[in-house]
Design a protein around this ligand. Structure first.
Ligand code: ADP
Length: 496
């Protein structure tokens, strides 16, 4: 390989990057975060629990429902049947429920072991608040009393409310709608070896896994109250950027006859409004897996295209995005396990950058990140790289501790070693880029490449061997890097 950076040098860079970014993070005036948030109720299902559930709803009906394989949870029998299937097969599954009755039933019949903040906007706003960002203005269209309890109790988390025609900010715990029902997702975990009986047959769970009951009540709308929309531009001066997520919840059609087009239009108007009067406002969208291709395409071509500056996603999501943009072959290459997958990933990221008119695309994978950015973005490749290393340190901290209470907590992850495997994976990309004359081996080694029509930044990341938790790490990576970008942009603005 080339002369450049070995793992030790990368480690040094990591410390410097974390220090550099930590120092300037409070320069950011604020970040607006919307839309999706929920409560995750987690229950570890033991033998006695599954027996109790089966006998509560009746063996016969469960047995019958198992053969019908319900695709949605309408009643407790559906729920127990899907749990039996998941436990019998040891497979992970996610099944939607469109009523909040199931939540009530589970509270009466099972109760959770622990509950935590869920949903991208919820996870991201708590993270940013813990990192000490001045104003974290969070907006969730369905803020219930229960939900409000899961926001960290810090003064920098602010929920916008309009009182007597005036925009004010309160902590979510003082701003919730007392008539709003909570959106609670249940995560039912089970362990290998758990035994249960159904219709004279004894089953043994073959693998640790979980069943997620995702709550999608009909009142869930990715939208903003008219009041707030009218006042949005008044946040000017309080925020330097916005992180938007949850668009995957938009449905093709609603019971009242409206379609996704209505919500897509509204989503775009919100972005336009946020940018009004502030040409420096940056918008990051956190992309996520979505089965429905109509919605996936609308998110990319109507919401993201031309309106958004920064996109964060994992490798599977890159493939999904490429698929609806008409690059099926490249999408296939991205998910193939072969040597070419990393170069396909890079080519795919460039396609997203150019075709969606973005300023930066940040792809995270286990062991490395790839970021492509437009050449006229006002940051250097080294600054982009600092943002990535800062976010990778946060990701490792989250894997290590389960969550990040402060910048100091994040810093503890500097001791997590850089993944050799990730470092090695990058060699495939290096070979490809050198062969294509995009850069020389030496240029590749420090991860900062100025190609002809874009900047490319690649870093090996820190990977925690036995993670405490892996939920929401992707969100942490994207939000951490984007906050770092905003901090550097802000510093430039002030210095000039
Ligand atoms: P989620 O939506 O649950 O966050 P994603 O696939 O979006 O899932 O993100 C997961 C990302 O988290 C991976 O791409 C990887 O970069 C990072 N990650 C996962 N496990 C670890 C770990 N043990 N140590 C460090 N980073 C991890």
């Amino acid at each position: 390989m080339g002369e450049g950076m070995n793992i030790n040098e990368w480690e040094k860079r990591y410390s410097i990057a974390y220090y550099n970014i930590s120092k300037i993070l409070t320069g950011i005036r604020g970040i607006f975060v919307a839309y999706n948030c929920n409560v995750d109720a987690i229950k570890h299902v033991k033998e006695k629990d599954i027996h109790k559930l089966i006998s509560t709803v009746g063996k016969k009906s469960v047995q019958q429902r198992v053969t019908e394989y319900p695709r949605e949870i309408q009643d407790p029998v559906d729920l127990v049947a899907r749990l039996v299937i998941a436990m019998r097969d040891g497979k992970a599954a996610e099944v939607p429920t469109y009523t909040t009755e199931i939540h009530k039933w589970l509270m009466d019949n099972l109760v959770f072991d622990k509950a935590r903040m869920g949903g991208q906007a919820g996870i991201i706003s708590n993270l940013l608040a813990n990192l000490g960002i001045n104003n974290v203005i969070v907006y969730v269209p369905w803020l219930s009393k229960e939900q409000a309890e899961y926001f960290v109790d810090t003064a920098n988390i602010k929920y916008p409310v309009i009182e007597d025609g005036v925009l004010k900010f309160k902590h979510p715990s003082e701003a919730y709608d007392s008539y709003q029902k909570p959106k609670v997702n249940w995560i039912l975990e089970f362990s290998k070896g758990t035994k249960f009986e159904l219709a004279e047959e004894v089953f043994e769970v073959p693998r640790d896994n979980r069943l997620i009951i995702s709550s999608r009540p009909t009142w869930v709308r990715i939208d903003m109250s008219e009041d707030l929309y009218e006042h949005l531009s008044k946040m000017n001066g309080m925020i330097d950027g916005a992180i938007l997520s949850g668009y995957q919840m938009i449905k093709e059609e609603y019971e009242d006859g409206t379609t996704y087009r209505h919500y897509v239009k509204r989503a775009v108007k919100v972005i336009e409004r946020l940018k009004e009067g502030n040409p420096n406002m940056r918008i990051h969208v956190e992309f996520t897996s979505i089965q429905n291709k109509v919605i996936r395409k609308a998110i990319l071509k109507d919401i993201v295209y031309k309106h958004v500056s920064s996109l964060g996603l994992d490798t599977i999501e890159v493939a999904n995005a490429l698929n609806v943009l008409g690059h099926e072959e490249l999408a296939y290459a991205v998910i193939s396990k072969g040597e070419n997958s990393i170069s396909a990933l890079y080519e795919g990221a460039v396609k997203l950058l150019c075709e969606l008119k973005l300023e930066r695309v940040h792809v995270h994978s286990l062991g490395f990140y790839i970021c492509v950015a437009s050449r006229d973005f006002p940051l250097t490749v080294e600054e982009h790289r600092d943002a990535l290393m800062f976010s990778a340190t946060l990701a490792a901290a989250q894997a290590l501790h389960g969550d990040i209470g402060s910048l100091k907590d994040g810093q503890t992850a500097l001791k997590v070693p850089i993944s050799e495997r990730g470092h090695d994976d990058l060699e495939q990309l290096e070979k490809y880029l050198v062969r294509r004359d995009v850069c020389t081996g030496t240029e590749f080694e420090d991860g900062c490449i100025c190609a002809i029509n874009h900047d490319l930044i690649v870093i090996p990341t820190k990977v925690v061997q036995d993670p405490v938790g892996t939920v929401g790490i992707g969100d942490t990576i994207s939000a951490g890097a984007f906050a770092a970008i905003l901090a550097m942009l802000r510093k430039k603005q002030i210095d000039n």
